[in-house]
Design a protein around this ligand. Structure first.
Ligand code: 5GP
Length: 240
């Protein structure tokens, strides 16, 4: 299978059509950006680490009953996926108060959120991804009420599954962002789940193991991405 036509070039990934019906290839590039693209760099191998972790999570979630777009890896930075009609929502699940939740609301960083919070943003860089509510989502016809209900249920299930997997590795899943797409009446998990889209803290030291290292210059981001990718994917390698 080969990349045919570039369909979308995002900040860190490119999406290509292929010669196979309903099948796309996502290229995980080495670009890293933060603050709406205000800070950007190219870091060698970053795409591979994110692709490896995303593929690992999609396979794990798929085995546990979550419908995802993942098909297979072509090489370490090209993922073959099922084509979806993407829903322009950034669905964020938060287990611990951090990031914009702490900046925008009077939560103290590190506060446990039980039950977890689901926050949904409108995926639109030109508007800086404003937060939505159910009424706005329905009024804008971004998703139907049934899809929204399914999306929230799936987001909580992904949180439960990833939280358990990461906890077993000594990693706290603070929060993460996922995106969904539809095929007919079915909702699928799409996009990626990687260190770029999660907030992960070492359970023992509290050290950041995600893009916050890049955002806030907390250390050698590539050394941390490499270490965390090895840590996250280690069990499956042992199991196979
Ligand atoms: P926050 O709203 O605190 O900045 O982000 C919450 C979580 O969602 C973090 O794990 C963050 O990485 C992820 N997130 C929020 N917006 C985006 C986005 O536009 N792109 C990516 N990749 N992740 C996001």
């Amino acid at each position: 299978m080969k990349c045919k036509q570039l369909l979308v070039k995002g900040k860190a990934k490119s999406v290509y059509s292929t010669d196979v019906k309903d099948t796309l290839i996502i290229e995980f590039r080495d670009d890293i950006t933060a603050f709406d693209g205000g800070k950007k760099d190219i870091l060698s191998n970053k795409g591979n680490y994110n692709a490896e972790v995303s593929a690992f999570f999609f396979q794990y979630l798929g085995r546990n009953g979550v419908r995802t777009h993942f098909s297979t890896m072509l090489d370490p930075h090209h993922m073959v996926v099922r084509k979806l009609e993407m829903i322009p929502l950034e669905v964020i699940v938060r287990n611990i108060a951090a990031g914009s939740l702490v900046r925008n609301y009077p939560f103290r960083e590190g506060t446990l959120l039980d039950p977890p919070l689901i926050v949904i943003d409108y995926k639109d860089d030109t508007r800086h991804d404003p937060m939505l509510n159910d009424e706005i989502i329905i009024a804008l016809k971004l998703a139907t009420p049934a899809e929204l209900k399914k999306i929230k249920k799936m987001a909580l299930e992904v949180n439960r599954l990833l939280g358990a997997l990461l906890a077993a590795q000594g990693i706290t899943l603070v929060d993460f962002k996922i995106e969904f797409g539809r095929r007919g009446k079915m909702v699928y998990l799409g996009d990626e789940i990687s260190m770029d889209s999660m907030r992960l803290w070492d359970k023992t030291t509290g050290e950041s193991l995600d893009k916050d290292v890049y955002r806030f210059e907390k250390g050698d981001v590539m050394a941390i991405y490499q270490k965390v990718a090895e840590r996250i994917t280690a069990p499956i390698k042992d199991l196979i």
